[in-house]
Design a protein around this ligand. Structure first.
Ligand code: NAD
Length: 371
């Protein structure tokens, strides 16, 4: 089996699908690894570090030779066209935003596995790229908050007086939010957090943060949150406003699967924030949790800085690539048997993460969008 690692071309994407150590693991399993020249260089992996790979100079022959292509960002329709008919492709796809790409996958009869569709069951935790990358986003959000703030995070007792610790509030205590809490705590901030899923209270408290009980809970399917009703949303905002007014840094990570990010922070709430307060809107990719967020930009509204970063994991490209590569290795290891690909369609992980196969769209939500 030939497995190919192309260079990523999405704007700002520094990650690479395989790092040298996972490349070595695939080679040990008997696969031939083809690496496009300099595919790992933005993540600080030189071509020479990939001792077990064959370096290929041009993308066309790389895609054309591969039985399996592994990517990070969604492929362009052009990349799909370069692939062999019937080949396997793994990566993030965000199919609802990339209809032309899905049609290209169908036309080329590509078997596409979307890492964002891997079911979040215990057995698949080691393949869960949404989690590995969200954890990086959460860590970095706390660092960004500390960087943009005009205040220290920790309490400092110095000859020049005592500095009170910053108050960091985290909204949405999923994978990213919990890592943001842990990082802000390590930097010495006082942290408060809120989530609509009441199960997060214990997780927040175990990290040494205070859980804000706003009296609204909305557990959805599969451990996710559901969308709030208009009435619940109002209740949440009324209760939240008084806490937000005390925050030095607000980190928002709230998301509902398959929807735009819920707007939780209206302009009036921003107007009530402290001078010099910072909002890190990690939900910017889905439009943002704050009404004023401009995805990809840092703006100032009154005396409040609002930062809406995109593709945060790419900013920690080396470790993000290593973790993502492990997720891919854990996904592919059980399906490679005696040097051949053996896809077990009875396996929930395989069936649910498949986007397209033999010209069909296997993922129901994408199918209803396109057909
Ligand atoms: P996510 O990125 O979809 O959402 C982030 C957080 O925002 C969630 O915690 C959600 O409850 C919260 N949220 C949504 N609407 C909100 C609102 N209006 N106000 C406040 N918070 C709001 O979620 P995620 O971080 O990817 O994962 C969330 C869940 O999935 C967790 O229960 C997690 O434990 C579970 N999970 C399970 C596995 C597994 O078992 N393999 C792996 C990863 C995650």
């Amino acid at each position: 089996i030939k497995i190919a690692v192309p260079k990523e071309h999405a704007p700002g994407e520094k990650r690479v699908a395989l790092d040298p150590s996972v490349c070595a693991r695939f080679a040990k399993m008997g696969l031939e690894v083809l690496l496009e020249k300099e595919a790992g260089s933005a993540a600080q992996f030189s071509d020479s570090a990939y001792a077990d790979a064959r370096i290929v100079n041009d993308a066309k022959s790389l895609f054309g030779e591969a039985d399996i292509v592994v990517k990070v960002a969604p492929p362009s329709a052009d990349e799909v066209k370069k692939m062999r008919e019937g080949a396997v492709l793994l990566g993030f796809f965000h199919a609802h935003k990339n209809v032309d790409m899905v049609k290209a996958l169908q036309a080329k009869k590509i078997t596409a596995f979307a890492m964002e569709l891997v079911p979040r069951i215990s057995r698949a935790q080691s393949m869960d790229a949404l989690s590995s990358q969200a954890a990086i986003g959460g860590y970095k959000a706390a660092i960004m908050g500390a960087d943009l703030a005009c205040r220290f995070f920790p309490m400092l007792t110095t000859a020049a007086g005592t500095i009170r610790p910053s108050k960091v509030i985290v909204i949405g205590a999923g994978v990213a939010g919990l890592q943001a809490i842990a990082t802000a705590r390590r930097l010495g901030a006082m942290v408060e957090a809120y989530d609509v899923r009441s199960a997060t209270k214990e997780q927040v408290e175990s990290l040494g943060a205070k859980f804000l009980d706003l009296g609204v809970s909305a557990e959805g399917e599969g451990g996710y949150a559901r969308e709030l009703t208009a009435e619940e949303k109002q209740q949440q905002q009324d209760a939240l406003a008084k806490y937000i007014g005390q925050a030095d840094v607000l980190i928002t990570t709230a998301a509902i699967p398959g929807r735009d990010a819920p707007k939780l922070i209206p302009q009036s709430m921003v107007d009530g924030m402290k001078p010099g307060a910072v909002i890190i809107d990690l939900a910017a990719e889905g439009g943002g949790n704050c009404e004023l967020t401009q995805p990809g930009k840092t703006i100032t509204h009154g005396h409040v800085v609002i930062h809406g970063p995109l593709n945060v994991p790419s900013q920690v490209a080396l470790h993000a690539s290593e973790m993502y590569a492990k997720n891919l290795l854990n996904f592919l290891t059980p399906v490679i048997k005696e040097g051949a690909l053996a896809l077990d369609w009875e396996d929930e992980v395989i069936a649910k993460s498949c986007l397209t196969h033999e010209g069909q769209i296997k993922h129901e939500a994408t199918r209803s969008l396109i057909e």
